[in-house]
Ligand binder design. Structure first.
Ligand SMILES: C[S@@+](CC[C@H](N)C(=O)[O-])C[C@H]1O[C@@H](n2cnc3c(N)ncnc32)[C@H](O)[C@@H]1O
Length: 204
């Protein structure tokens, strides 16, 4: 498996992983989801990354980078490459947004996401769909998009170019974890960065 953010400090890794484990345990799912880590839907998108659960604490760190005068309650959360949607569920359980959604091009992951959402009785709170970021056209509304390094610069550019005017006119925000391709993002107004954890909160 890839190393999160290339952070080698054992203590930091352990505490972030422990936090993830405790969150998953708190969901009390009836089935084990560990074996999904590292899953890749081969052949659809050349620069896609495998499924890996984000360090959930990085979601808090990204949210904390948003200037306090911005009220996130006016935004719709969309988890781009949501995988099993554990990250989407973490947002839903910890923050107030207008809506919570996610999409992933991997059918198996979305099938399991739906099972998880159903089991947690979150059907009326979180919606997830099979979709490829290459094709997606976002609705015209303010989004907070969460990306945990789902793909490389090629797909990122296609996704952003298809949606750039929308992102700008709705003053949307990207929360980008393990922001490897941040320098290929254009047209934004301001970036707030956590250089240690490699997190960018990008305001359009
Ligand atoms: C690193 S995982 C992140 C999962 C989840 N958001 C999280 O933070 O725990 C990246 C996800 O992006 C998905 N993905 C990769 N390329 C994609 C594409 N072109 N369109 C939609 N999803 C994609 C993968 O299937 C994988 O589940």
């Amino acid at each position: 498996m890839g190393i999160h953010n290339k952070i080698n400090d054992e203590q930091i890794r352990k505490s972030n992983e422990k936090f993830n484990k405790e969150f998953i345990k708190s969901l009390n799912l009836s089935f084990n989801i560990d074996h999904f880590e590292g899953k890749l839907d081969k052949g659809k998108c050349k620069d896609s990354t495998v499924y890996q659960l984000v360090w959930l604490k990085n979601i808090d760190r990204l949210i904390n980078l948003i200037p306090k005068e911005i009220n996130i309650e006016n935004y719709n959360l969309c988890d781009v490459g949501c995988g099993l949607c554990i990250s989407t569920i973490y947002f839903q359980k910890n923050y107030v947004f207008k809506s919570f959604s996610g999409f992933d091009y991997n059918q198996e992951l979305i099938f399991t996401s739906k099972k998880i959402i159903n089991e947690l009785d979150l059907n009326n709170k979180i919606s997830v769909e099979i979709d490829n970021a290459v094709n997606i056209k976002l609705k015209s509304k303010p989004y907070i998009l969460f990306l945990f390094n789902p793909f490389g610069s090629q797909t990122l550019n296609l996704f952003l170019n298809n949606n750039l005017e929308n992102l700008k006119s709705n003053k949307s925000i990207i929360l980008y974890a393990n922001d490897l391709w941040k320098d290929s993002i254009n047209g934004f107004k301001k970036v707030y960065r956590d250089d240690f954890y490699n997190l960018s909160t990008i305001l359009f």
